[in-house]
Design a protein around this ligand. Structure first.
Ligand SMILES: *Cc1c(COP(=O)(O)O)cnc(C)c1O
Length: 353
């Protein structure tokens, strides 16, 4: 730390992204990326002329892409905001709507607590139940901003829309953020409730289900007034937050939505295969709906399994939080990758027993 850093950031604990090692080729099951490439039409959209056009700024309004995304959910373009990954919109939401504090679960996406710290927000951290389920009644009538990942990460567990409805209705004076980074793999989008609740903000990303993690594209959907608030912060931060290439590829991606939804179905099938295979090896696996599974073995600690897998060229995510340190989060890759993963786990287990 330099002597120049504003003291208010001195004790900020930054988010730790999953590792992206370069030392060898891994079967990469640690950061919930898609194992499938973008649609061929998306790949073909990139050419030298597009690169030459990089001398020009991108469209700060993003209207064309916002219209296309709105079209997926029956919304107008001004019910949609575009951000540089959905992390950005979560950041704006914490800045904009947590004047009375923010509440989120103890086991959830690690970035929420970083944003809360970054902006000096009072937080209420609400423990999930023993089995990692979320009791929606814990969030009724809190009178502060509420952030819920649905499906949750890293557990993969989802709550039904009826429970989200109850949370919205009992917190009419505050924004409820539903982070749907994983909704396309089997969840149900709260975007269906947008016409009925003016305090709902739904966030999604092109990083997981749309094979664009490296392009950085996220979006939020809400009432026009909430979008206006968020746009004010976006224009006060970086109006060109989406680069030209990402904007273009984002539009082509929405044009080819069917390709991506088919990939999501394949990933859900592979998830079912992987869950069964892990259970037959004695693992406890939560019934997750994301493109990952959250699992623990009675025979080997989360850290030992993570290290043994890494040694053998397979990366999974391990957490140090004591409540979940015996679990690993395993991204669902291709069927072939998951068969290889299961073979490797079996080898490790046989070696340790
Ligand atoms: C991956 C993820 C995000 C954001 O990812 P971006 O790449 O910034 O869009 C947001 N929330 C959860 C729960 C995630 O897992």
């Amino acid at each position: 730390m330099s002597q120049f850093l504003n003291p208010r950031y001195a004790s900020l604990e930054a988010y730790t992204p999953g590792e992206q090692p370069r030392d060898k080729r891994y079967i990469k099951l640690n950061t919930n990326e898609s194992p499938y490439p973008p649609a061929p039409e998306v790949v073909a959209a990139m050419d030298a002329a597009q690169v030459e056009d990089l001398r020009l700024y991108s469209d700060p309004t993003g209207k064309a892409l916002r219209e296309k995304i709105g079209g997926l959910y029956g919304l107008q373009w001004d019910n949609v905001i575009l951000t540089n990954g959905s992390d950005d919109i979560l950041n704006f939401a914490f800045m904009a709507f947590s004047g009375d504090g923010a509440a989120f679960p103890d086991i959830t996406y690690g970035f929420y607590s970083v944003f809360a710290q970054l902006h000096g927000i009072d937080t209420q951290v609400i423990p999930l139940k023993e089995d990692f389920t979320l009791d929606y009644r814990d969030y009724c009538g809190l009178n502060k901003m509420i952030v819920i990942a649905n499906p949750n990460a890293p557990t993969g567990l989802a709550i039904p829309l009826e429970q989200i409805r109850a949370i919205l209705e009992t917190n009419p004076g505050h924004v409820v953020v539903i982070d749907e980074a994983y909704v396309d793999f089997g969840g149900e989008s709260a975007a269906a409730l947008l016409g009925q609740y003016d305090n709902l903000l739904v966030t999604q990303t092109f990083s997981k289900s749309r094979s664009m993690a490296g392009a950085r594209l996220g979006f939020g959907m809400a009432s026009k007034a909430i979008i206006e608030d968020l746009e004010k912060l976006r224009y006060s931060t970086n109006p060109y937050n989406i680069n030209r290439l990402t904007m273009l590829l984002g539009e082509k991606t929405v044009d080819n939505n069917g390709y991506y939804m088919e990939n999501c179905r394949r990933i859900a099938d592979t998830r079912a295969y992987t869950q069964k295979a892990l259970e037959s090896l004695g693992f406890t696996v939560l019934p997750g709906l994301g493109n990952f599974l959250f699992a623990q073995s009675p025979d080997i600690s989360g850290e030992a399994l993570y290290l043994a897998l890494k040694d053998r060229g397979v990366l999974v995510r391990h957490f140090t939080n004591p409540r979940i340190c015996n679990y690993n989060r395993i991204t669902i890759g291709t069927r072939q990758e998951m068969e290889e993963f299961i073979r490797t786990v079996r080898e490790i287990k046989e070696g340790t027993l």
